[in-house]
Design a protein around this ligand. Structure first.
Ligand SMILES: Nc1nc2c(ncn2[C@@H]2O[C@H](COP(=O)(O)OP(=O)(O)OP(=O)(O)O)[C@@H](O)[C@H]2O)c(=O)[nH]1
Ligand SMILES: [Mg+2]
Length: 322
């Protein structure tokens, strides 16, 4: 079957299992523009997948954890306290590299590490960077997650390096956000400074084979004592991603969080808040686009000349342009 260029046909082909069709859809999303809008208008009609974000400082072990988590995730979400589970017959991973302008496999290390899954048809792994998407990754990633849901992925894992504001935004655009840190003095403080504490639903202290686990846990507990955690106090899980220690507990904790969100009717509320924020970003991006169009050309240059000659002030000039 020849690969289509039409988003609707591509979605159909991807639903039937074509990974090349799925890859092409995600490339469209990544590139932005009218094709990506066409993809969004279709994927938006379907219900979103359950998304789990992993973030944390560079080198914390997110990719190694994600790799292990794929295996755990395939067991699905169990039913918990009457909240229905979810069968994960397929699992998708998005590895987000905010600093890279490249695409489709920029994160070579991740690729190699996750290679044992590469031939598994129930697992889909894709690196993503931004290429001209209006609004950048904070819009491209939710779009990509929706595409994955629309073609039938029940669960999507999203790995992001959480160092800047935008990365935190991307990471927190998941239903469950896991913040990964390491043992050692100060790691919890660093995470706090980076704004990671506020977005964490679950903390993972990875590299628990190293000294300092108790100190990091204590620091975290103290910070949590000071924050408002009435409905859900983020649990702290210790892992050794290398050998898989703690990975079952990590997945079970993610499943607990999912069940808690659903039981409290918070999942829908969260998603609604995220959509409002997303719409705000789309509006901002489209207005910024219009600014670029207004802030160039002859009329604009004429106003600049008038400003230089002190015939007009910037406020009246702007009004004249708009
Ligand atoms: N000792 C120890 N090393 C680990 C553990 N987990 C990961 N590592 C090592 O830590 C290094 C970084 O791991 P990655 O999984 O690439 O970390 P990452 O957070 O994805 O890194 P970036 O994507 O570059 O931010 C690698 O050399 C891993 O082998 C662990 O539990 N214990
Ligand atoms: Mg990584």
């Amino acid at each position: 079957m020849a690969l289509s260029r039409q988003p609707d046909e591509l979605i159909e082909q991807a639903r039937q299992g074509s990974r090349t069709a799925l890859a092409r859809l995600l490339t469209m999303v990544e590139r932005g523009g009218s094709e990506s809008e066409a993809v969004a208008s279709l994927s938006y009609l379907e219900s979103p997948p359950y998304s789990v974000g992993l973030t944390g400082a560079p080198g914390a072990g997110k990719s190694t954890l994600t790799d292990r988590l794929i295996t755990a995730a395939r067991t699905g979400f169990p039913e918990i306290d009457g909240v229905a589970g979810l069968e994960n017959d397929q699992v998708a991973v998005l590895a987000i590299d905010p600093s890279s302008p490249f695409t489709g496999g920029a994160i070579l290390g991740d690729r190699i590490r996750m290679q044992e899954h590469a031939t598994d048809p129930t697992i889909f792994i894709r690196s993503m960077a931004t290429r001209g998407h209006l609004g950048g990754l904070s819009l491209a990633v939710p779009d990509a997650i929706r595409v994955l849901g629309a073609i039938g992925m029940p669960t999507v894992l999203v790995e992001t390096v959480g160092v800047g504001q935008m990365e935190v935004e991307v990471a927190s655009a998941a239903d469950t956000t896991v913040v990964v840190m390491n043992p050692g003095w100060g790691d919890a403080m660093q995470a706090n400074k980076a704004g990671l504490l506020e977005i964490a639903d679950i903390f993972v202290i990875n590299k628990a084979d190293r000294p300092g686990v108790r100190e990091t846990r204590r620091d975290l507990e103290q910070m949590l004592d000071l924050s408002n955690t009435d409905d859900w106090r983020p649990p702290i899980v210790e892992t050794i991603a290398h050998d898989g220690t703690g990975l079952d507990e990590m997945w079970a904790t993610i499943a607990q969080h999912r069940a808690s969100l659903i039981a409290r009717h918070e999942l829908e509320a969260r998603r609604a808040r995220r959509l409002a924020e997303e719409l705000r970003r789309v509006v901002a991006a489209q207005l910024a686009d219009q600014v670029e169009k207004v802030a160039g050309g002859e009329a604009f240059n004429a106003q600049v000349e008038a400003l230089v000659a002190r015939r007009i002030d910037p406020y009246r000039a702007a009004k004249a342009l708009i």
